[in-house]
Design a protein around this ligand. Structure first.
Ligand code: SF4
Ligand code: F3S
Length: 106
């Protein structure tokens, strides 16, 4: 599976959802996740993310390993998103800021 990680938080560009052939993205207030049970590992979404927030499960950076579990958990709770929509209002300001998990809204 592929995993959405920290740099998506407060950016949520949503380019990723547009290319997913199985529509397995789920949307929270300031973050998106991938349902690992639905992802078919096509890798199409990874290069689409302007924030470089999507990684293959085996390439998730060490300090972000908690996001694998977080994607699985939140995909069960949040609604499906299948079409691109506008990025968050301060996406450019937040892009690249580390440790945004502290701002994650569930
Ligand atoms: Fe969707 Fe493919 Fe990305 Fe998985 S790897 S979330 S199937 S676009
Ligand atoms: Fe997030 Fe990147 Fe998609 S910022 S919403 S993973 S395009």
């Amino acid at each position: 599976t592929f995993v959405v990680t920290d740099n998506c938080i407060l950016c949520k560009y949503t380019d990723c959802v547009e290319v997913c052939p199985v529509d397995c993205f789920y949307e929270g207030p300031n973050f998106l996740v991938i349902d690992p049970d639905e992802c078919i590992d096509c890798a199409l979404c990874e290069p689409e993310c302007p924030a470089n927030a999507i990684f293959s499960e085996d390439e998730v950076p060490k300090d972000q390993e908690m996001f694998t579990q977080l994607n699985e958990e939140l995909a069960q709770k949040w609604p499906n998103i299948t079409e691109m929509k506008g990025q968050m209002p301060e996406a450019e300001k937040w892009d690249g800021v580390e440790g945004k998990i502290q701002y994650l809204e569930r």
